[in-house]
Design a protein around this ligand. Sequence first.
Ligand SMILES: Nc1ncnc2c1ncn2[C@@H]1O[C@H](COP(=O)(O)OP(=O)(O)OP(=O)(O)O)[C@@H](O)[C@H]1O
Length: 844
Amino acid sequence: MDILKILSRGIKPTAKARSSQPGAASASLPSSGAPSHPQLFHDPLASSAASRGKKRKRRKAQQAEEGDQLQAEGDEDLSDVDFFAPPKPKSQKTEAEENASSKTTNDEKKKHKAKLLDEEECRQVLKSHRLKFTILGGQHEQVAQPEEDDKKNKKKKSKKDKESQNAEKKKQNHQLQIFPQPLSAFGQLKYEYGVSPTISDNIAQQGFRVPTEVQMGSLPLLLQPATALKKAKGVKGLDLEKGVDFLAVAPTGSGKTITFLIPAIEGILKRRKQQDKATEGEDESQHEPEHVLEAIVVAPTRELASQIVSEGRKLAIGTGVRIMLMRRGLRLYAEEETKATSLEEDSDGEEEDKKEEAEEGSTDEESGDEETKGKGKSLAKVDILVTTPKTLLNFLTNDGVSSMRKILPTVRNLILDEADVLLDPIFRKQTMGIWRACANPDVSITCWSATMASNVEALITNHLINRAKHFSLPLRPLIRLVVGLKDTAVPNVTHKLIYTATEPGKLLALRQLLHPTDSADSGPPLRPPFLVFTQSIDRAQALHDELKYDIPLEAGGSARVAVLHSSLPEKARAKIMARFRAGEIWVLITTDVLARGVDFAGVNGVVNFDVPTSPAAYVHRAGRTGRAGREGGVAVTFYTKDDIPFVKSVANVIAASEKQAGISEDKVTVQKWLLDALPNVAKEDRKKLKQRGVESRRTGAKGDKGGITTKSGWERQKENNKKGAIEASKRRKKMQMVEARERRGKGEEGSDGGEWGGIDEIGFLNLERLMGYSHPPGACTAQITVGWDLERGRDVQGFGLWRELESTLMEVYLIHERKRKCEGNWGWGGGVYINKSLKVMIIT
Ligand SMILES: Nc1ncnc2c1ncn2[C@@H]1O[C@H](COP(=O)(O)OP(=O)(O)OP(=O)(O)O)[C@@H](O)[C@H]1O
């Protein structure tokens, strides 16, 4: 009987329903490598009630059409390529060819240099792609100031006043929303927004043809805010001279990485161009561009940081922009911090005190540093630095703990990838430390994530306001873009929530996913490669030990299953990542270290072996599949009795994601009755869960309550009993030894001053006087524990005892000429005691 069938009865859709879902066996999987349409939302512009129900179908049809188009384009491109043909020299081009190519360039230019859309058109397009822009705090508030003041003067507010105030607030909120120009094609970057042709070519080289929603919305605003907002009506008072600060909340796998890298690279190229113009004719011989650290990308894990570096390098080919990963020992251009340039939170007096203390106590270190500077390596040639918060902060402070000592005055662009986690208490101090070290008043910040809590938004807004005050500069607008529904999982992934009751039930369920007995009826089809997430490192390791022999030898055996977590050395982690990307590893067991940002294009699924500790964690874990619009990804979550108090927040995310995807009520994963039945999660519990995970799993080690093991309860009980018996026996022997010693000390009967007396009788080893242990005469097996206090009789008696014992045993053997088996377990314990077991078996 299929236990899972019973456990998940009621939430599992019928086989027929499943076959129509994206995860069905017939559907293409992320690993199939088929071209996908990267856009997730493409609602029809007309939004009548009748058309709403057909949206998804229509979108799919549209996507299929566009996908075919992409496929056709791709095929066309390939058929044109002759890999062995010599490159065509430019001069050999015929006049006709030249004319044709210039005509196409002009056509292209015309096509992409389309006139700017008016605000209503922008509104329509943005709406159909579910893009919502809002101005947070900043200048918008300043514009609204006079009205606010008027209101403050009114002492008593009647009901009518309140109503009018609410209406006013609504109006204001409405005004907060803006409608910038969307990017309809990558070609516009070059022709409309002045992006370098090299970058444009590099984008095309990577096969990106259609911009994703986040790219549509963000790139115009980040590259040329004035052009992007030219037709927007409500932003007349905004000062866009110095650009904007930006916050993007967009689905996982929607291409946020290139969205922040393109403006960063382009910004560097533009500044170089301006510098070249300014210094024209000064030093003609100097062609090598000067590398100045202008942008910093901060990411929470090393894996993500390395990935950003490789994405960036692909985009920067031929531009001369250098992108590097921060590592220990790398020397950057940094200045020692001075009071005048340092920026501390206004409210943070504690920080200020600590800073002063650190400054007082660190003079020695500083002078030491000066020395190393003299001897040291030359400055790293880098334009864009990608780092984890800790690595860079260690460089800035020398130890990562004391307050800031160095600043990075040349940085003009700070990018926080996975900003919500970087500004979460775990990383907050480090990230804020880096932000403060970017002492250039013009530095802009862009924050990116698939999830963003409102307190994080408030933190960013407040810090920007403080910065503007500190530098006495006008506040730059902070614009937020939300793609789709905030804090929900990607709509193109199938979600499954499976109740397994107990921990062993999870293992059973996972094995069923690995080896489905009946593909039509044993849960969602989950094909390797897939990721398995656990709550802790111990559990990841234990699960790996359990699963590593589950793949048959003929299919690659244990090499197909691997574990990756932060306790592994960096090199080992990098190797596992490379093997997983290469398809050598099929099942990668991991912790939340791989939950964010890491892009494995062909991952077919994600298994939450342990329930994620927050809704955001679910969104990110599930987002490791279904990247760049790929269909067929599956996210499976197991939950046990212990998880029931917390599982509602995950269920809510799944419900919201499915609603966003337009899945009809009869096909949803989390039925309404289940959602109603699950208990609400209290705020305190939510906080505790986020910090500590599910308590019963914290022990982690194999065999513990929270451990992962297939041993039955009976087997574990038997093992525990055995362990208990051994412990008790040890305790008893120790007690006997102590008593015997006491007796010897008192000079009681039988004591001869601790001297070895040899064997009294055959088969009876009388060691009582020495060790306080005797054995009944005539037994075939004697278990002797030798305990000797070396402090009392160190040299003679300690070593003498062993020698005597050995020779005595020889005697036993010689006298009786019988077979015997002797197992010795010798050793020293702590330098004070010899306390070991010697087992002598005399076989008669
Ligand atoms: N316009 C595009 N068309 C097709 N693929 C794209 C496009 N832009 C980016 N991609 C690809 O989409 C994948 C996901 O991109 P990326 O890692 O930047 O996503 P992300 O939004 O940062 O995800 P996460 O939130 O998980 O960090 C990458 O493999 C990237 O190469």
